[in-house]
Design a protein around this ligand. Structure first.
Ligand SMILES: [Zn+2]
Length: 245
């Protein structure tokens, strides 16, 4: 490792981190902790470190970013014009997201990331429609994202409307068919439906895409799910079945 990629310590805002993140630190075997406090001295060094990280390290790194955001001590790195110029020629996002279009869930901010870090597709109800699957295949297979994260959120209007089976104008109801299984299984409970919908969309992503399933089998990609809380800013993991087999 060259000297400019030598990690430096950022004071942790909170040492009471979830087990997942502590495990990440132990498993990382890298010069940075996947808990997120040890990072490179430069944006280039950060990218090199992320390049060496495993999918589970990156997942832990994302959760540590969310913790920084939710506790009010974001690093807000990679958000200046130097970073814009650095990634102008080439992007190598380390994670890909399927999130809701809701204005209150801006994914880079929620996970304390910046330009060139995340490959994000957003659509109401975070549904894995075929166009989104195609985008995420590009983000993972071509660009090399190692985590594919489906992010739902509390009080999601698309999920709520599906539960109510609202009569809606235009093509809005086209979203409902994707969310209906979760609405049904939840027996009308919105929070449960949001969680089940994350799980269902993650399964759809893995099952409808041989490309994504292959990356998972090869250990190059981890699929994860979570729910963002509009009140606290925190993302809680959603347990997923074994995917990609
Ligand atoms: Zn939503």
């Amino acid at each position: 490792m060259s000297s400019d990629s030598k990690p430096k310590k950022i004071s942790p805002p909170n040492t009471d981190r979830p087990l997942l993140q502590r495990r990440g630190i132990l498993a990382a075997g890298l010069a940075f902790s996947a808990g997120g406090w040890w990072i490179g001295d430069s944006a280039e060094a950060d990218d090199r470190l992320m390049n060496e990280a495993s999918p589970s390290d990156i997942l832990s790194y994302l959760y540590s970013g969310n913790e920084r955001f939710a506790t009010g001590v974001p690093l807000a790195k990679h958000r200046d014009i130097d970073r814009v110029r650095q990634v102008a020629k080439e992007q190598k996002p380390f994670a890909a997201f399927l999130g809701c279009a809701d204005s209150r869930v801006p994914i880079e901010i929620v996970f304390d990331q910046g330009f060139g870090d995340l490959f994000v597709t957003r659509i109401a109800g975070n549904i894995a429609s075929s166009e989104n699957v195609g985008s995420l295949e590009f983000g993972t297979l071509v660009l090399g994202a190692k985590v594919l994260f489906v992010l739902g959120h509390s009080n999601c209007g698309a999920v709520a409307a599906t539960i109510k089976a609202d009569d809606v104008p235009g093509q809005i109801s086209g979203l409902f068919q994707h969310i209906r299984p979760a609405a049904k299984e939840s027996k009308g409970d919105l929070a449960t439906a949001v969680e089940i919908n994350v799980r269902n969309q993650a399964i759809t992503l893995s099952e409808s895409s041989p490309v994504i399933a292959k990356l998972i089998r090869e250990g190059k990609l981890a699929v994860a799910g979570g729910v963002y809380d509009l009140n606290t800013g925190k993302v809680t993991p959603v347990k997923l079945p074994t995917l990609g087999t």
